[in-house]
Design a protein around this ligand. Structure first.
Ligand code: UT7
Length: 341
């Protein structure tokens, strides 16, 4: 069992870099309302979203991930890491994984690189995996990226999903350090329930449909979500996992300075805050600018909060997410003093 001899406590993974990137094309609610049956008022009231960014034709997830990854490495002051872990639901191709290509483009050819698939909880699953590689002694530095281009899988004509999602990428660099240091990632509370697999899905395109000769319907070829049911499970699971993460950190709820939850819907984040007794002014809201960016949403929200003064060194932060699978997770950390790239 590897341990650190330093006064900083047991060996742990410590956040030492943060970066984010959005594709340039911004699409506001009015633009969507000009082509589908929706309105700025409905979208803002039901979700809190005002605008989002979409990839332009020919811009794959690897581009988003590479841009965010490069910024996180710059923020950490590093040009090399021991591994790249990429959380995504929209890989460039069904095969191979996207992470090796991203690592290659970042000058990290030869390093282990792999994708993690846990939809909107993907970043926390990737963070937990990378942190475990570091605490085990298998790596000293790891780049963890969350990147998604949901505009490539939602049906642009399907108003219940087309207005909700946006594209982007965010990334952190983890280094080996001590559990008592600012930035040390606490135990990541993770969970999954495959009986809820149909709530958030793209039915066609995998072995289930490819093993038949039946061409997929338009609905099956695109992303679908049972919004109200997902809403209920998201609130329940994010609140439960956050409560565990807060207790693991040895904090009381009133000591949490920032709740950085998966940015799916402002109403979900407010409901989670109410269950945890975390007031609204401590809940980071970034979805108004980017929509639901799936695996990218937590690191994008962190980068935005840090660059706008909404998150500072020493803040007690809880990260929490719910996504397809169903999957969920949460962790707690004291925010480190980082350079923003
Ligand atoms: O990222 C993974 C986790 N995801 C989430 O956590 C998402 C959770 N779910 C949600 O955020 C919400 O359920 C949505 C934002 C997706 C939908 O909001 P809602 O308040 O649950 O709306 P609804 O689906 O219950 O639909 C209410 C009404 C319906 O009309 P009727 O049947 O009442 O006449 C919909 O047809 O709103 C209608 N509607 C719309 N109207 C205008 C649905 N989408 C739209 C739209 N514009 N874009």
């Amino acid at each position: 069992m590897p341990t650190s001899p330093s006064a900083q406590g047991a060996r742990a993974a410590v956040v030492c870099g943060l970066g984010a990137w959005l594709p340039p094309r911004a699409v506001d609610n009015d633009e969507l309302a000009s082509r589908i049956d929706t309105s700025d008022d409905w979208i803002r009231t039901r979700t809190g979203i005002r605008t989002r960014h979409f990839v332009s034709p020919g811009m794959p997830t690897s581009r988003l991930a590479t841009e965010a990854g490069a910024r996180a490495l710059e923020s950490a002051g590093l040009d090399s890491v021991d591994a790249v872990v990429l959380a995504t639901t929209t890989p460039d191709r069904p095969c191979p994984a996207t992470a090796p290509l991203v690592a290659h483009r970042l000058g990290l050819t030869g390093r282990p690189a792999f994708d993690v698939s846990a939809v909107c909880t993907g970043f926390l699953y990737a963070l937990a995996t990378a942190a475990a590689l570091i605490t085990s002694g298998a790596a000293e530095h790891i780049l963890v990226i969350g990147a998604d281009a949901f505009s490539t899988i939602v049906d642009p004509e399907e108003r219940s999903t087309a207005v909700v999602f946006g594209d982007g990428a965010g990334a952190v660099v983890l280094r080996a350090g001590g559990a008592a240091e600012p930035g040390a990632v606490g135990r990541v509370e993770l969970g999954a329930d495959g009986s809820l697999a149909d709530l958030i899905t793209v039915r066609a395109g995998g072995s289930e449909t490819r093993s038949t000769d039946v061409p997929p319907s338009r609905a099956d070829a695109h992303f679908s979500m049972a919004g109200q049911e997902v809403f209920f499970h998201a609130v329940t699971r994010m609140a439960g996992a956050s409560r565990t993460a807060i207790a693991d950190a040895g904090w009381r709820a009133e000591e949490v300075d920032r709740l950085v939850g998966h940015q799916a819907n402002a109403r979900i984040l407010h409901a989670v805050g109410e269950r945890l007794d975390i007031p609204r002014d401590r809940i980071v809201i970034h979805l108004d600018r980017v929509g639901n960016t799936a695996a990218a949403s937590i690191p994008l929200a962190l980068a935005h909060a840090q660059s706008t003064g909404g998150l500072g060194a020493g803040d007690r932060v809880v990260l929490s997410a719910f996504g397809g699978g169903a999957t969920w997770g949460a962790t707690a950390l004291t925010w480190p003093d980082l350079k923003t790239a």
